[in-house]
Design a protein around this ligand. Sequence first.
Ligand code: FAQ
Length: 328
Amino acid sequence: MYGGGYVPAGADEPKAPAESPELLAQFEARIARGEKIEPRDWMPAAYRKQLIRMIEQHAHSEIIGALPEGTWITRAPGFRRKLALMAKVQDEVGHAQLLYSAAETLGKSREDMLNDLINGKSKYSNVFNYPAETWADVAVIGFLIDAAAIVNQVANSKGSYGPYCRALERICYEESFHLKQGHSVFVWLATGTTMQREMLQSALNRWWEPIMHFFGPSDTMSQHTETLMRWKVKMASNDVMRQQFLNMYVPKIWELGLSLPDPELRKDETTGQWLFTEPNWDTFFQVINGNGPCNRERLAVRKVAEERGAWVRAALRRADARYATPLA
Ligand code: FAQ
């Protein structure tokens, strides 16, 4: 039993009305008016399923995302950097807590979500399947992956599902501190010794393609964008978010005299669009389907954490206690 626990949806409640064109039309009209959908409101089964998939994957990304940077806590250069990194990694785990609670409101238990993660049934962000080889990787993750996450999450916090939007709003406040932490390390290395600059450049070269993948496959390949945008779960398409990120962050990287490993990367001033070499989508699908450099290691660490924490959950469990599905 995790957190607030979970009672199957509708355990003591009248059954929700079945799907009908009228209900669907009313639901879509609410979304069009910009209303928030709350856990006990009627929603189509496909909306519920899509939200569970997306919020669950996001939650998993936060706990797995704590691992690459977590390996640097003991090796951070100096006490201030160590303290900041520790606080940041702890925040990421807290984000997972908020997101699992938001997903639970839709009727999937936290146990089921974590089991699906460990068994490889459920995905998490591609970027966390790569190793953080040097301290410069911490700079790239903290600056650019947090920036990419903010671009995505600020947009989606204006979406339709109340609990997810409220979780995202809070997460974005914290992520903006993470961005400052990452930026500080990034600039420090970029303006440091030759060896520090080279270490940062090498990390940037390794992370660039995974960062381009982060926003998801191009719109022509994306399976879920159309439905999710119609229901205002996603507020912009993968390509639009990728463009927004390039527009905001490529100039900041170039200003520091660093390069990016894509000779085609430039802004077309007439269209305002960034041109780039299409990242290798075969690599992306390999990585998200369990065959990236660190997938097995990440899930093995998670599995050990689950096993070691089992006694705490067992100690907290009370057979006579009633728990409620969170309505956060
Ligand atoms: N990684 O049809 P689409 C963070 C999958 S949080 C893995 O375009 P959709 C914080 C997708 O699931 C990072 N899989 O999918 C932090 C689908 O597979 P499925 C996570 C990906 O949902 C920072 C298939 O490809 N953020 O970083 C990825 O419309 C630093 C087809 O794709 C979120 O989860 C990917 N990158 O759009 C922590 C935000 N992209 O499920 C520590 C919420 C796609 O059918 C340190 N999620 N796939 O088997 C979203 O905004 C969306 O789900 C997208 C994907 C944009 C990720």
